[in-house]
Design a protein around this ligand. Sequence first.
Ligand SMILES: Cc1cc2nc3c(=O)[nH]c(=O)nc-3n(C[C@H](O)[C@H](O)[C@H](O)COP(=O)(O)OP(=O)(O)OC[C@H]3O[C@@H](n4cnc5c(N)ncnc54)[C@H](O)[C@@H]3O)c2cc1C
Length: 308
Amino acid sequence: MSVPLRKLQAFFGQAWQENVRMANYTTARVGGTVLGLVPVNTLEELRKAAAFLWSEDVPFKLIGSGSNILVSDKGYAGVILLNRCHNIKIHSQEEPPTIYAESGANLSNIARMTALRGLTGMEWAGSVPGSVGGAIYGNAGAFGSDVSQCLLTVQILTPEQGEVTLTADQMAFSYRSSILKREKQPAVILSALFKAQRSTREAAWKLLAEYAERRRQTQPTGNSTGSTFKNPPGDYAGRLIEAVGLKGFKAEHAQFSPLHANFIVNDGQSSAQEYLSLIRLAQKRVREQFGIELELEIELLGDFDDEH
Ligand SMILES: Cc1cc2nc3c(=O)[nH]c(=O)nc-3n(C[C@H](O)[C@H](O)[C@H](O)COP(=O)(O)OP(=O)(O)OC[C@H]3O[C@@H](n4cnc5c(N)ncnc54)[C@H](O)[C@@H]3O)c2cc1C
């Protein structure tokens, strides 16, 4: 990286934080030190930060809740922008009713606010612990629904085109993916507009509670990144991991959850490398026994010692 550190310090001022461990900003609670971390609290701050880093050719990653990334123990040689833009506005009188959300807004807040207004359609997001930006990037979903089914438009910023509004079709969503995730082009999601349907507060709230209860019964709490692998066509990653004898298997401080084998849980002491060893072990066993390549749903960030 050619830009001197003092230029970054000068640009970001008080917001610039050094020697930050990503373990404090990811739900897996692993990850080493990054070059610098900057919280962005408004869309204007986000626009300016991204434009500056692009213009200076500084690698950066915008994160929301850090619930879908595994950051290396060696950290990341770039800047982390921590998205704190979380405004939500619900337009319940429009046809269809819409929800405007800034990209750092929490999915579960959207689900709860929508249900309280007597609108339905976002309940699936009630216990997904991520931001709107992360959810759109990876087409998050649960209980038979996903972002692609409720997104109307998304406002993104790119270094070449500036600010553009894309429709759900233009985002070319697929299972746990979008055009942004597949093409890895530099782009920042600023905000999004979702649609909902009219219902009653009681009905929406009931569904929200049902989904939360199903999750409590089938998924572990604790430090994790949620589902580690995508489900292969016609099968379940969790079933395959269990079938190769790894459900509940613990190596050092990381474990395939005894409740849901596709979750790897850090007991609080795990390194990212230990986490990755379990990932590679599951991929190897499933490949050898079933000839199926388990594809990661989560994203690796930084350099790992990988013998894959
Ligand atoms: C316990 C648990 C349960 C989970 N359950 C589910 C589930 O049911 N369904 C599901 O789909 N997922 C689930 N997840 C995974 C995760 O919560 C979702 O993928 C979530 O949407 C990710 O959002 P995030 O803000 O944490 O993204 P991050 O982890 O912060 O980022 C993920 C990726 O998105 C990019 N990104 C984030 N924000 C932006 C932005 N504004 N603009 C451009 N790129 C951006 C990041 O750069 C990164 O590449 C679960 C995770 C956990 C820990």
